[in-house]
Design a protein around this ligand. Structure first.
Ligand SMILES: Cc1cc2nc3c(=O)[nH]c(=O)nc-3n(C[C@H](O)[C@H](O)[C@H](O)COP(=O)(O)O)c2cc1C
Length: 167
């Protein structure tokens, strides 16, 4: 068990946020569902963990509506957005609420009922294999069960608080 998280000076938090604004990241939408319900949210805190087995991690705020669903150990999909998906990122980032979000973009469901964005650069179908609580967030490790690639590599990138296209 890690030591309790210490309190830090506000200036350090401001500087940290300033540094993170310089950490460009591909925008994703994490989606989950069981055929009857669908949930999803925009996320950039997504990182590869291991290749064998193929695994990735996602950091999800405990206040996010997706959080309690993932905490059940469900299957989910990481949809890597492409540069034309700023509308999708906005909808799943809080502009729309609940299942209404799936009205933006072209969504289908796999055999397990997990929704995926059909024209995402890639869909990584995972199931929750481990989790770690840390402060305001939970780090979920997703064991990748299937991957679908689509089209060219053309990521939607989030940097300095806005969406940009890779040049
Ligand atoms: C570009 C972008 C990246 C985001 N990355 C994350 C992330 O990695 N983890 C997270 O918990 N929330 C992230 N968010 C915030 C959630 O998408 C947002 O709070 C969402 O509304 C949460 O879902 P809810 O409204 O259903 O609770 C991000 C938002 C944006 C716009």
């Amino acid at each position: 068990m890690a030591d309790p998280i210490p309190s830090v000076a506000p200036e350090l938090i401001t500087a940290f946020k300033g540094a993170m604004r310089r950490l460009a990241a591909t925008v994703t939408v994490i989606s989950t569902g069981d055929g009857s319900e669908r949930h999803g949210m925009t996320a950039t805190a997504v990182t590869s963990v291991t290749t064998d087995p193929p695994a990735l991690l996602i950091c999800v705020n405990k206040t996010a509506s997706l959080h309690p669903v993932l905490a059940t150990g469900t299957r989910f999909c990481v949809n890597l957005l492409k540069d034309s998906h700023a509308e999708v990122a906005g909808a799943f980032g809080g502009r729309l609420q609940g299942p209404e979000r799936f009205g933006t973009g072209d969504w289908a469901s796999n055999a397990h009922g997990v929704p995926y964005l059909t024209d995402a650069q890639a869909n990584l179908f995972c199931r929750v294999d481990a989790l770690m609580l840390y402060g305001t967030h939970t780090i979920f490790v997703g064991l990748v069960e299937d991957v679908r690639l689509f089209g060219d590599i053309s990521p939607l990138i989030y940097q300095d608080g806005r969406y940009i296209k890779a040049s």
